[in-house]
Design a protein around this ligand. Structure first.
Ligand code: FMN
Length: 161
């Protein structure tokens, strides 16, 4: 059943942060920009990130034991354009940015903050799959003004949804 038109209008006004989620498995790496995400439990600490089944990232994330979740600074949209506006089907995003390995997943040097989560559970959520993460490692560099959805929502996604 289609959603009431005002639903999209309302949800579009929720100007939350967008994140870059990266995955790594069997020597393969992938990552995409994610707007569907939330902290969802305090005790135990859990974070949910939702990845479209159409994305290149989905295939690698399905085999990853961990995922890295990056907060970008609002002054730095380069990583958002790279990870949200291009697809790993066509380009190697990791050749275009600096990163290092943590727990088998690529952590991006250009991010203002990040955490790595162990994939605790995968949950079917319509056309996206929720990856429920248990945070195991994290770093944040001083004050961060997170890049917001409203700043990038007009960007065409690199992969058709
Ligand atoms: C503002 C914005 C929010 C997005 N949110 C999500 C999301 O929550 N989950 C997702 O899987 N893709 C999301 N995307 C789409 C992917 O980031 C995009 O299609 C990306 O190019 C996919 O790359 P990949 O094929 O290498 O995985 C979003 C894109 C934009 C521009």
């Amino acid at each position: 059943m289609p959603a009431p038109p005002a639903f999209h209008d309302l949800v579009d006004r929720l100007d939350h942060a967008v994140l870059v989620v990266t995955a790594g498995a069997g020597g393969e790496r992938s990552g995409c920009l994610v707007g569907f995400h939330t902290e969802c439990s305090m005790d135990p600490p859990r974070y949910l990130v939702c990845i479209s089944q159409e994305n290149h990232t989905f295939v690698v994330a399905a085999r990853s034991t961990h995922l890295a979740v990056h907060v970008l600074d609002r002054a730095d949209a380069f990583l958002a354009r790279l990870f949200g506006g291009r697809t790993g089907d066509d380009v190697d995003k990791f050749a275009a940015c600096d990163w290092r390995d943590h727990h088998g997943v690529p952590v991006l040097d250009g991010a203002a903050g990040w955490f790595v989560g162990r994939v605790h559970e995968r949950i079917a959520l319509g056309d996206h799959v929720g990856h429920l993460l248990e945070p195991v490692d994290a770093e944040v560099a001083g004050a961060v003004e997170p890049l917001a959805y409203g700043q990038v929502k007009a960007m065409p996604p690199g992969h058709p949804a």
